[in-house]
Design a protein around this ligand. Structure first.
Ligand code: FES
Length: 197
């Protein structure tokens, strides 16, 4: 007659309880690891980004018809960002319009392909990207290379004679910068095609 194997020892109630707690804790940790960043992402998408205005300089001090790079520390940064916290805007003062108000082209310095900083070459009147050869005309429109569109226009405004640009984050194809509000003079070229020179 075959001998029957002894029954498997079953965990006692205390051990089962510990295992349940461990499984529950691991599940909660995993949910937190996925859920917290997801909630933050969705919250940012719904709530938008904070609006930050960065002073560039007095309009009276800006040369007419010259494109200049203005570098500043991005107001949206973390202590560990280091040199990555530096941002920049290409600003060209177009002079006053028919209504006497100043007009500007203000572009984010990041290439619209993969974000490399573009360089301005006044001799040729072109912005060029060193990464993959993207080229833009002086009005920011795409000239050649892999970028899918022209440079991003940054919202601007003039407050008490000082040009300020909105610099909350690196814009993307899906995400335009925040629309400003308030009783200030707002840039006409802040979104969409540039104003004429
Ligand atoms: S990042 Fe500028 S062309 Fe690719």
């Amino acid at each position: 007659m075959a001998e029957s194997s002894p029954p498997e020892p079953q965990p006692g109630p205390a051990r089962r309880s510990v295992l349940r707690w461990l499984a529950g804790g691991a599940g909660a940790a995993a949910a937190g690891a996925v859920g917290v960043p997801l909630a933050a992402y969705l919250g940012g998408a719904v709530g938008g980004h904070p609006v930050n205005w960065v002073p560039i300089g007095r309009v009276a001090d800006l040369p007419v018809g010259e494109t200049r790079l203005h570098v500043f520390t991005d107001p949206v940064r973390e202590p560990w960002d280091g040199a990555c916290a530096k941002a920049g805007a290409y600003v060209r003062y177009l002079g006053p319009g028919d209504d006497g108000q100043p007009r500007f082209w203000v572009f984010a310095m990041n290439c619209t392909h993969l974000g490399c900083p573009v360089s301005w070459f006044p001799q040729s009147g072109l912005f060029m990207c060193p990464c993959h050869g993207g080229v833009y005309y002086e009005n920011g429109e795409h000239a050649s290379g892999p970028p899918p569109r022209g440079l991003y226009h940054m919202p601007w405004r003039v407050v008490d004679g000082v040009l300020e640009v909105q610099a909350p984050h690196l814009p993307t194809l899906q995400d335009t910068l925040e629309k400003p509000s308030g009783l200030v003079q707002l840039g006409r070229s802040r979104i969409g095609r540039p104003t004429g020179a």
